[in-house]
Design a protein around this ligand. Sequence first.
Ligand SMILES: Cc1ncc(COP(=O)(O)O)c(C=O)c1O
Length: 485
Amino acid sequence: MELSLSLDGNLATPLHRQIDNQIRDRILNGQLEPGQRIPASRTLAQSLQVSRATVTLSYDQLISEGYLETRPGAGTFVAAQLPETLLQVEASVPQATTNNFPLHLSSYGQRIAQASPWQTQPAAQYNFRYGHPSLELFPHRLWKKLINQEMAASNHWMDYITDPLGYEPLRVAIAQYLTRSRAVTCHPDQIAITHGTQQALQLVTQLFVNSGEAIALENPGYLGAQRIFRSRDALLQPIPVDSDGIIIEALAQLQSKPKLVYVTPSHQFPTGALLSLPRRLQLLDWAQQNNCLIIEDDYDGEYRYSSRPIPALQGLKANAPVLYIGTFAKVMFPGLHLGYVVVPTSLVQTFAQARWLSDRHCSLLDQAVLTRFITEGHLERHLRRMRLCYDQRRQTLVNALRTYLGTTVEILGDSAGLHLVARLHIDLSDDEIIHRAAQEGIYISSLQIHNLHPCQGDFILGYTEIDETQIETGIQRWAYAIQGK
Ligand SMILES: Cc1ncc(COP(=O)(O)O)c(C=O)c1O
């Protein structure tokens, strides 16, 4: 048989590689079929005007890969069973299958099956989505360079990590960073690396809360945390917040004492209140007196625009009953999916067990690259830059809201974080306000989903993924749509 291949002596790819690549491609796309005979090496060499050794090299390669086989005295053939067939269970297009066998879910499984699915936020021309940092402004090139350097340096990142709490140098870097920037008191041995806040909350709840036990939490508060607490069948005790954060008197009036109290002191989610210093001290005293562990979720505390940051609750008093949780989702990018917990020393071993049982550990390569990002000063440089950028966007948003919505809007929680709350005094339902925004190409979300009680009129506006011109126009159009101005 004839096999016409095209070879180019000017390419960097050697001739024998060009031959075996082309034959392999033809086998894979079905032009050469299993069992089909291919030309003898001498014949192909003559027709391609290359040495026989070149063709033999290619054939040997394809034989070793399992694409060709020789039959003594008969010649060389496309293998009857291709290697691809052996690698696949079935060479068919994957299709959704339906099963009709009964699933006997655990009570945990049943609880989470009842939860409503997570909503994806649609793309919009004027995108006031919250909780996402600006991805364009992240130093992508530098990150890629660090990945490449780390991969080239050794293969250490390919193995399991022996310590489920995480990559030792990263834990050192985080402990130093938290000490200098958040006034957290900790030793690297107390740092556990997690897949973000979500996993941290999941582990903590698993370790501390039995079915029916109480957890006090800010209301409104973070839906992601509420869902975890519910999934463990905890009794949720919503505590109101005001402009100084969680109201401690309401906490003190609880009938059944909670096992945990979950708070976001640096920037209450979603109202944006900063937990005042007197309240921080009150909360610590109350927790100590009531044997309650405080879960401090410091998800975006790095972004403060006016006053100096108040030290984290965790570092405010010696031996404070606080478990501090942080995430890199907001200061880096969410897809990195890394966070950390500062674990009280007496809990370190148990936490390590739970961490291993959950999913062993986080990707070592990601942890190693992140370590360099922190220790070489890039994280704090990036943060300084982002703080300035977000501050300008925040001010533009505040001014636009005041200009176009005047006295019909109250602005809450705008001194820190990555979003603010616009409280509207307008006689329209939240759904209608969101619908009218969507018709103008604007994405805005109601605060309702984070409130355990019915509420109306509060909207969360993120300002990190939208530039100043779009902020101005977006708010002008929104105001017009809901006020008819
Ligand atoms: C209060 C709060 N904590 C934590 C997170 C993020 O957690 P993760 O690290 O799981 O992405 C968010 C996300 O918006 C949040 O609002």
